[in-house]
Design a binder for this molecule. Structure first.
Ligand SMILES: Nc1nc2c(ncn2[C@@H]2O[C@H](COP(=O)(O)OP(=O)(O)OP(=O)(O)O)[C@@H](O)[C@H]2O)c(=O)[nH]1
Ligand SMILES: [Mg+2]
Length: 301
């Protein structure tokens, strides 16, 4: 298939509350009517996949889009729904880069990151070894800890993602969004606030766009059993054999469901190819047809 050299499509994934939507919001075209929703919510904020036009000045591109995802661990989006939605986005949208978000202050590669990494490892990286170069492991909330801990995250914590990803990501970067609105409201008196810093992430995305031999990531779905076993193991679910089979069946059903929702969307919007799909989903978010914070997952994609 001919590569569409004029685009950069980026998937943001990782555990619930790790700052996926905030990061995408920081990179978005500020003229958008609707920006990704972020904030503090014990149940999780983002419930379905969203797609937004970014503005990060990548030389030679004419469109940059970011796809926001719910995190494994969300209270309203069951795990099979989260993983099948992420799979569908990788399969249908012709992604160029994947950003896995991990909170630096936690000092852990949390379960959400492990699940996202294992999903990408099984579906994207297993058959495309060069594609490790298209994966960014991003430490978020760097403003909440001292510089020393940011460095420690980079050298000691982040490399642990290798065991879930099956290899080292092409880029390990850190970001800080210390001056975002929500934070300012709460911490008005806090003179420790540091300026927003997303430079390392933007540089990595530009680099991927310019230098990576794998321009578009292809997706080969792992079997339902494989995924169910992975979730059982990484999630520490301790399911009996029979329950793992049931989870596999649920994943199978959800895969069908999300593909149907996607096919209906494509029909409704007369979508012909991947580029049009991403643009139409972004338009549908702006028009309010899709609400990514709605827990009804039939509005997905
Ligand atoms: N101080 C600080 N807070 C941040 C940063 N990034 C995100 N946050 C805060 O962390 C919380 C969660 O951020 P979100 O962007 O909603 O996280 P998410 O990963 O999209 O969460 P879900 O959609 O629920 O999975 C919000 O209160 C953000 O304001 C950061 O760099 N620094
Ligand atoms: Mg979110």
């Amino acid at each position: 298939m001919a590569q569409d050299e004029g685009k950069l499509y980026v998937l943001f994934c990782g555990g619930v509350g790790n700052g996926k939507s905030s990061l995408l919001k920081a990179l978005c075209n500020k003229n958008l009517k609707k920006l990704p929703k972020s904030g503090d919510n014990g149940r999780g904020v983002t419930k379905t996949i969203g797609c937004y036009q970014m503005d990060i000045n990548v030389a030679g591109k004419d469109s940059e889009y970011g796809l926001d995802t719910p995190g494994p661990g969300d209270h309203d989006a069951p795990i099979s729904q989260v993983v099948t939605s992420i799979e569908e986005a990788v399969k249908q949208c012709g992604l160029n880069a994947i950003v896995i978000c991990n909170q630096i202050p936690s000092g852990r590669v949390d379960m959400g990151c492990q699940i996202a990494a294992r999903l990408i490892s099984a579906g994207v990286l297993k058959n495309q070894k060069n594609a490790y170069q298209n994966v960014i492991f991003c430490g978020t909330k760097g403003d909440l800890v001292r510089k020393k801990r940011v460095e420690k995250w980079k050298t000691k914590v982040a490399p642990e993602v290798k065991s879930s990803l099956g290899g080292m990501p092409g880029y390990i970067v850190t970001t800080s969004l210390g001056t975002q609105e929500e934070q300012l409201e709460e911490d008005e008196e806090d003179d420790e606030l540091k300026p927003d810093d997303v430079k390392e992430l933007v540089d990595a995305l530009r680099d991927i766009y310019k230098n990576c031999s794998t321009k578009e990531l292809s997706f080969n779905a792992a079997s339902e059993d494989e995924l169910a076993n992975m979730l059982n193991q990484v999630g520490g679910l301790e399911l009996e054999k029979k329950q793992v089979v049931e989870l596999g069946n649920k994943i199978k059903k959800d895969r069908k469901k999300v593909t149907n929702v996607m096919d209906n969307f494509k029909k409704r919007h007369k979508v012909q190819n991947k580029t049009e799909l991403v643009e139409k989903v972004a338009e549908a978010i702006q028009s309010g047809e899709i609400d990514e914070s709605s827990s009804s997952w039939c509005t997905i994609l």
